[in-house]
Design a protein. Structure first.
Length: 261
């Protein structure tokens, strides 16, 4: 456990060994393993062309997980700079080279298509032009606990529009987050920790190193800065009674479940 003295010797600062990137990667791994196992069940050839639409942040983990076995993978994203994420530790290790493109016309080129674009992503009209061996879509809604988000969600229309004998939805739930996005879930875990720690006897206050990283990724378009920011201790607490922060983080991560429905 990482412990420093605080303002006085009576007050201690405890820091999680867990970094922000560890939380991201744990969540991404749950999602990408669920999809990998589903595709394994299709018994396809390793050279079958797999198109993944959307990089941030689930898509990057999916292509890296699939790269351990499959040889013909195309990642498509309208933001060209997100290709840089392939060469970072986010989402795991890239085992085999994959192709990247910002040409949306290529979404129709796969035998298997995985749509991770969520709200405002691939629309019903685009989906209706797909005739594929398998189609997988990530449900951006988490626990169905927000009426407006539920009404905005059109994945079932998109799923129904696709011509395919194999269709599935990636559903991620567990901590009552409003969406299933990796960023949302990460912030949800850290928010839960803030509440848990504040309820403990002897705790003065807690803080997370999490910022609004979306601006770094999409406004500044600085992937190096983003990776640097998430390679920091995820959580710190000022207390007179030390406890294990990493255990609390693990407990929250263990609640998250990704499955195909």
């Amino acid at each position: 456990m990482n412990i420093d003295t605080g303002i006085t010797s009576e007050v201690l600062t405890i820091k999680s060994e867990t970094k922000l990137i560890d939380i991201f990667n744990n969540i991404i791994s749950k999602k990408s393993n669920a999809i990998f196992n589903y595709i394994e069940g299709l018994n396809i050839d390793t050279n079958t062309k797999i198109v993944v639409i959307g990089t941030y942040l689930t898509g990057i983990g999916i292509v890296k997980r699939l790269s351990k076995k499959y040889e013909n993978i195309l990642l498509i994203d309208i933001y060209p700079h997100l290709e840089e994420l392939l060469h970072t530790e986010l989402g795991g290790k890239l085992e085999n080279e994959i192709n990247f493109s910002s040409n949306l016309d290529l979404i129709y080129s796969g035998d298997i298509v995985i749509d991770t674009t969520g709200f405002g992503g691939i629309n019903v009209n685009q989906s209706s032009k797909m005739d594929v061996e398998a189609f997988i879509i990530e449900d951006p809604v988490g626990e169905n606990n927000d009426i407006l988000l539920k009404e905005k969600n059109n994945i079932h229309e998109r799923l129904n529009a696709v011509k395919s004998p194999n269709k599935a939805i990636l559903k991620t739930t567990g901590i009552n987050a409003k969406t299933s996005g990796t960023m949302t879930l990460t912030i949800g875990i850290l928010t839960n920790l803030l509440n848990i720690c504040q309820g403990k006897e002897g705790v003065l206050y807690s803080a997370s190193e999490m910022g609004f990283f979306e601006e770094v990724i999409f406004k500044e378009k600085n992937i190096d800065k983003f990776i640097e920011l998430i390679n920091t201790n995820a959580f710190k607490t000022s207390t007179i009674n030390p406890f294990n922060l990493d255990e609390l983080i693990k407990n929250e991560l263990d609640k998250i479940n990704s499955k195909m429905i």
